[in-house]
Structures are given as C-alpha cells and as structure tokens.
Design a protein around this ligand. Structure first.
Ligand SMILES: O=c1[nH]c(=O)c2ncn([C@@H]3O[C@H](COP(=O)(O)OP(=O)(O)OP(=O)(O)O)[C@@H](O)[C@H]3O)c2[nH]1
Ligand SMILES: [Mg+2]
Length: 179
C-alpha cells in the first residue's frame, strides 16, 4: 500500500492507473516550501508527511509545474497558485500573442518510507493552445502534445507520454527492483 499525499484527485487517478501497488489518497497538506526547485519541495514534503502520518508504509508526494518558455518558465513551481488565481484561460491569454508557445511540464515525485528519500522526475515538451477537451485536470486543456491536448486524451494515453507517466514509470521500476 502506497500513501499518496495530495489533495489532487487527478494525480491519484493517474497513479492508480499506472502502479501495480494499491494507492491510498491521503489529503494531508504538507508545507510546500517557497522554492524554484520542485525537488526541494517534494523531498521536504515527503519527510514531513511521513513524520506527521506515522510509519505505516511509505508516502509518495508529487509536485508539478508548467514552464512556459515565452514567460521565462512562469508559472513553474507556482502553477497551483496561478491556476487558482488567474486560471488557465488567463494563462492562455498571456501566451496567445507570443510567437514562441513552447512549454514543458515537469513532475518530481518523492517516496519516503523512513529510510532514504528517493526522487523520480519526468518531463514532457509541448505547446500552449486555446483550451480544448474535457478530460484531465489543471492545465490539461491548454497543453498540446502531438496535435492533441492532454484533456483530449484518456488517462492511459496521457500516462504513456506525460511528465507524471514518466516519473511513475521510474518509480514503478524502482519499487520492482527493491522487492
Ligand atoms: O494540466 C495539468 N496536467 C497535469 O498533469 C498536472 N499536474 C498538476 N497540474 C496542475 O499544476 C499545479 C501543480 O501544483 P501542485 O503540484 O502543487 O498540485 P496540487 O496543489 O493540485 O496538489 P498537491 O500539492 O496537493 O499534490 C496544480 O494547479 C495542478 O492542478 C497539472 N496540470
Ligand atoms: Mg499543491
């Protein structure tokens, strides 16, 4: 059993689809330290969550950012705040008149079970487009990869190419090797 510490059900859905182990969602709000480095955020988050929730199996945390080239990497680690305040329509409007609409998603996951903290990273490059599709969550409707937005893909299709899918793949390999 893996305790996935997140308030985001979309992340949990993708992890459940991917991982062979059972995944329990724990909605504990660990402190996301102010940092422009996702790895720093998840390393601390995993330790804090483990200490708070107790030594009842490992905990997994995921911090994700959307990095838009024309905006010098914004919103990056502040993606959740910008989603809540500006919303994805406004992010699209910020990029709409730019020639360069390239962007990347980056996820870093950290797993901690009382021994060492292990981290797994995944990234995908795509471009920002006007919102399309009703699947997915967060910025999925404005992120296009190979002609389709993430919101137009099934969970399986997104996992096969996404930032989170790549991080989950590394995590799954690591778990399998440890057994
Ligand atoms: O289009 C997207 N495709 C994704 O695959 C994806 N993963 C996360 N996000 C969004 O980017 C921000 C990350 O912030 P975030 O990592 O702090 O997540 P969160 O605050 O939602 O949950 P958590 O911190 O409790 O785990 C939040 O606005 C998420 O909705 C995504 N958007
Ligand atoms: Mg968050």
């Amino acid at each position: 059993m893996i305790r996935f510490v997140t308030g985001n059900e979309g992340k949990v859905r993708e992890a459940r689809e991917y991982l062979p182990a059972e995944v329990e969602q724990v909605d504990y709000d660990y402190a996301e330290v102010q940092s422009d480095d996702l790895e720093t955020i998840v390393r601390r988050g995993a330790r804090e969550a483990y200490e708070e929730l107790g030594a009842d199996g490992g905990v997994l945390v995921d911090d994700t950012g959307l990095f838009v080239e024309a905006l010098s990497g914004f919103p990056g680690p502040y993606s959740a705040y910008v989603d809540d305040t500006l919303g994805i329509e406004r992010v699209w409007e910020l990029v709409e008149n730019e020639e360069n609409r390239k962007a990347a998603f980056r996820t870093v996951m950290a797993y901690y079970d009382g021994e060492d903290v292990a981290t797994f990273e995944g990234a995908v490059r795509g471009r920002i487009v006007a919102p399309r599709g009703d699947g997915g969550f967060g910025y999925d409707p404005i992120f296009e990869y190979d002609g389709e937005t993430f919101a137009e893909m099934s969970t399986d299709e997104k996992n096969a190419i996404s930032h989170r899918g790549r991080a989950l793949e590394k995590f799954a390999d690591w778990l399998a090797e440890r057994e």
